[in-house]
Design a protein around this ligand. Structure first.
Ligand SMILES: NC(=O)c1ccc[n+]([C@@H]2O[C@H](COP(=O)([O-])OP(=O)(O)OC[C@H]3O[C@@H](n4cnc5c(N)ncnc54)[C@H](OP(=O)(O)O)[C@@H]3O)[C@@H](O)[C@H]2O)c1
Length: 332
């Protein structure tokens, strides 16, 4: 491995790789994009040609066997995250795996154990956490900018118009909560700085069995409440509010902002608005650089697979509730 960079391989020709990660890896200061793999050699070659990637492999196994690679970015359907992260770890590759890390907490912990056994890094690719605005909003809440946190609201919805999309498949780990509601759960946990004790959820299910729309609530031990909604069937919204005793924060375009400078809206108790500006950046590149830096300096990544397991515990409980007409379900 060259001392200051890692060589990345992309496991599949996923849309998100083309849309964000190819550019992010290429723009990163400590990574180079070395290869792509697909189940189809033809698709791999076409992707490599179009994106200017030197090596194309006609199977995921071939990429994992390639000594010219240090790390893989893994944007497979959610149900395949566990298997291919473990296989990558066994092949000695570091793994940046798409969100949600796996189908349930047990899978996350199995993946963590495999990474640890093989001495590689594993991190969930929740890129919004790396945006300076997310970090600033968390810091404002923690430092008391809105007083004691009382309630969190969040929403992530968009219209999914591709009938054959992986998100409509229960076997592949689809559903609104798995795809976009996971951001709401994650940001609620992050803003709260602790874990919810119980949840309840109502959902509308697609004929394939996945949730296409969900509204859920999380209750924390000391009375803090969080509620969220997510959907694959509605206009695009991405927002969270942190409501405190002395005011509240509103963050719009919350999870996938553009790279321009951005703002946090802070309202005081009189509802007076202050716009806190935050420099824009490419959150995908920041995430990739952080991960590569941790690999190169042999430091643990900022977000562990155990933390991803805690998000999955909440998601698991929300699904139990949504499939039991909104029963209150204990987390874990
Ligand atoms: N962080 C973000 O901003 C973000 C945004 C979108 C999606 N994601 C996550 O990224 C992952 C991929 O999402 P995507 O929308 O990019 O998916 P996608 O375009 O459908 O890509 C998934 C890829 O997985 C491979 N694959 C392997 N087995 C498959 C199967 N049985 N069915 C379908 N594809 C299969 C395919 O590549 P080959 O045919 O080349 O092998 C396919 O191109 C998901 O985990 C999702 O949650 C993250």
């Amino acid at each position: 491995m060259p001392e200051q960079t890692i060589r990345w391989g992309i496991l599949s020709t996923a849309k998100i790789a083309r849309k964000a990660l190819v550019g992010a890896i290429r723009a990163s200061s400590n990574g180079e994009l070395a290869a792509v793999a697909s189940r189809s050699g033809e698709r791999a070659r076409a992707f490599a040609r179009e994106e200017g990637i030197p090596v194309a492999h006609g199977s995921y196994e071939a990429l994992l066997d390639d000594d010219g690679m240090d790390a893989v970015y893994l944007p497979l359907p959610n149900s395949l995250h566990r298997e291919w992260s473990i296989r990558a770890a066994e092949a000695g590759k570091h793994v940046l795996c798409e969100k949600p890390l796996a189908l349930d907490p047990a899978e996350c912990l199995e993946m963590a154990a495999a990474a640890s056994a093989h001495g590689v890094s594993l991190m969930e690719a929740f890129m919004y956490r790396f945006h300076p605005r997310t970090e600033r909003a968390l810091e404002m809440v923690r430092s008391g900018a809105i007083g004691e946190l009382k309630q969190i609201r969040s929403s992530f919805t968009f219209p999914l118009d591709r009938p054959d999309d992986i998100r409509w498949s229960r076997e592949l780990g689809g559903g609104a909560l798995m795809d976009v509601g996971c951001y709401c759960v994650d940001v609620s946990r992050a803003l709260a700085g602790r874990e919810p004790v119980e949840v309840r959820a109502m959902a509308n299910f697609h004929t394939t069995g996945v949730d296409r729309q969900m509204a859920g609530s999380l209750r924390f031990e000391d009375g803090l409440l969080a509620h969220f909604d997510c959907a694959l069937t509605m206009e695009r919204t991405q927002i969270y509010h942190a409501l405190g005793a002395d005011g509240h924060l509103r963050v719009v375009d919350a999870f996938v902002p553009e790279t321009e400078d951005t703002i946090i809206e802070r309202f005081d108790v009189e509802n007076e608005l202050t716009r806190v500006s935050v420099k824009g950046d490419d959150q995908y590149r920041l995430m990739v650089e952080h991960f590569a830096d941790c690999v190169l300096s042999r430091r643990p990544a900022r977000y562990s697979a155990e933390d991803a397991a805690r998000t999955m515990k909440v998601i698991e409980a929300l699904y139990v509730s949504a499939r039991s007409e909104g029963a209150v379900v204990a987390v874990g």
